[in-house]
Design a protein around this ligand. Structure first.
Ligand SMILES: NC(=O)c1ccc[n+]([C@@H]2O[C@H](COP(=O)([O-])OP(=O)(O)OC[C@H]3O[C@@H](n4cnc5c(N)ncnc54)[C@H](O)[C@@H]3O)[C@@H](O)[C@H]2O)c1
Length: 317
């Protein structure tokens, strides 16, 4: 029996693949090593897992419907963790059609392939995002809040993915869990994300951009906590659920820079820049559903998570 992890060479995907392989699961890892950031970094991410002999790497694209079908046709595949996507809010504003193709059409290809094997498939996990909440003053964000006003193409594609998941559950009875990840960080974090980008600039002695007045807040969530949530969703029986995976402890941008300075033992030069279009002022997860349904309990406070990130960053810079 094996689990298909799409985007398995990426930041979150590779941590999930490592965890599954360490538990003795067989993993089919599908990734196209796209150029959003260095493919060499992704090859490094997945190298340890490949050495376990439990992971089979398929280099291919979720936009290739025939490939998705062929992978799901394999009798041993019993679950899908679909994490492949074009991620990132700002680049989605530059190329919305690309985001729609990969994040929507790619997801539909997998759902189509999955529904034909409904009898065998135990679970389809969809990696969604806190960005679906848009600009909301109801905090913390609850899964029951309205999510019909996304403010970036990326957020719209993630919400569309959730909606298609619901359609495939309704029409075909596919058991599906959409997990809304809140700003994930830790070793292997994508180089475009704030913590990684800021660490690079601090190390190089270059100015760190502080957007707006630095008051925007993010519910930074350590990668191992996210993987705990994904594996719990894979293990437990569900019909259809949408579940937040966050820390429920938002940190202001100004404070984040201070905590990163502390973790790196270096002072940052701060450059104030305007707010970025598409960015939301706050993310803050209500994780009561995750606690109840997944026994989820995030265990990495930001200081501890940053220390682990900096240790990895220094070893891999
Ligand atoms: N990192 C976060 O803070 C965060 C927050 C919310 C949601 N998410 C979601 O979690 C998932 C993983 O994000 P990540 O941060 O690990 O990003 P990532 O870019 O590191 O990982 C995505 C992986 O998918 C692969 N991929 C992209 N397009 C593909 C395609 N067409 N076919 C096959 N593979 C493809 C990439 O090569 C990459 O390895 C994404 O769906 C993302 O939208 C991430």
């Amino acid at each position: 029996m094996s689990i298909l992890v799409t985007g398995g060479a990426g930041f979150i995907g590779s941590h999930l693949v490592d965890r599954l392989a360490a538990r003795g699961e067989s993993v089919l890892c599908l990734d196209n090593f796209d150029d959003f950031y260095s493919p060499a970094v992704k090859r490094e991410n997945i190298s340890g897992a490949l050495r376990t002999g439990r992971v089979e790497l398929v280099e291919g694209d979720i936009c290739d419907a025939a490939l998705c079908d062929a992978l799901l046709a394999r009798d041993d595949v019993r679950a899908v963790a679909h994490l492949a996507a074009r991620a990132g809010v700002r680049p989605s504003i530059e190329d919305p059609a690309l985001y729609e193709r990969v994040n929507c059409q790619g997801t539909i290809n997998l759902l189509e392939a999955a529904r034909k094997r409904r009898a065998r498939l135990e679970k389809f996990i969809f990696g969604s995002s806190s960005s679906v909440y848009g600009v909301s003053d109801r905090i913390p964000f609850s899964e029951d809040d309205p999510v019909s006003e996304p403010i970036s193409p990326y957020a719209a594609t993630k919400r569309a993915g959730e909606l298609f998941c619901h359609v495939y559950h309704h029409l075909y009875g596919l058991p599906i869990v959409c997990l809304r990840f809140f700003t994930v960080y830790g070793p292997r974090q994508r180089p475009d994300l704030a913590i990684h980008k800021f660490a690079r600039l601090i190390e190089a002695g270059e100015p760190v951009p502080m957007y707006g007045d630095g008051a925007s807040r993010r519910d930074y969530t350590y990668c191992d906590d996210i993987v705990d949530g994904i594996t719990a969703a894979l293990e437990r029986p569900f019909e259809f659920e949408i579940i937040n995976l966050g820390s429920a402890a938002p940190v202001g941008l100004r404070d984040l820079i201070g905590l990163l300075e502390e973790a790196m033992g270096r002072q940052a030069a701060i450059e104030r820049v305007p707010e970025q279009p598409g960015d939301v002022p706050v993310t803050y997860a209500d994780i009561s559903r995750a606690r109840r349904l997944l026994d989820y309990s995030p265990s990495f406070p930001i200081r501890q998570g940053l220390a682990k990130f900096v240790e990895w960053f220094r070893a891999n810079a």
